[in-house]
Design a protein around this ligand. Structure first.
Ligand code: FES
Length: 95
């Protein structure tokens, strides 16, 4: 099962493969900030500290929103858009 670690709280949880990052945060006991829940506002941006390759690749829609916020998609992802596939992913809350 994939594992999520949320910094700076350092809370962790194991979640089913395919779980949304936003829901994985909730499973770890951390409410990640979100607005649209629809991959369009950018409120839910988080920094991926490690495990980027354990996440789905970004969609064109996600890349567009990250670009609007000047966030490098190699370091930042939108928690409402991306799903965990395997292994450990460590993210840092931006808000
Ligand atoms: S909550 Fe709006 S992009 Fe994620």
């Amino acid at each position: 099962m994939p594992r999520i670690v949320i910094l700076p709280a350092n809370r962790a949880a194991e979640v089913p493969a395919g779980e949304l990052l936003l829901a994985a945060g909730e499973a770890a006991g951390v409410e990640l900030e979100a607005g649209c829940f629809n991959c369009s506002c950018g409120t839910c941006v988080v920094e991926v500290v490690s495990g980027m390759s354990n996440l789905d690749a970004p969609t064109a829609e996600e890349l567009e929103v990250l670009d609007q916020w000047n966030k490098d998609p190699d370091r930042y992802r939108l928690a409402c858009c991306v799903r965990l596939r395997h292994g450990e992913v460590v993210v840092r809350q931006s808000h």
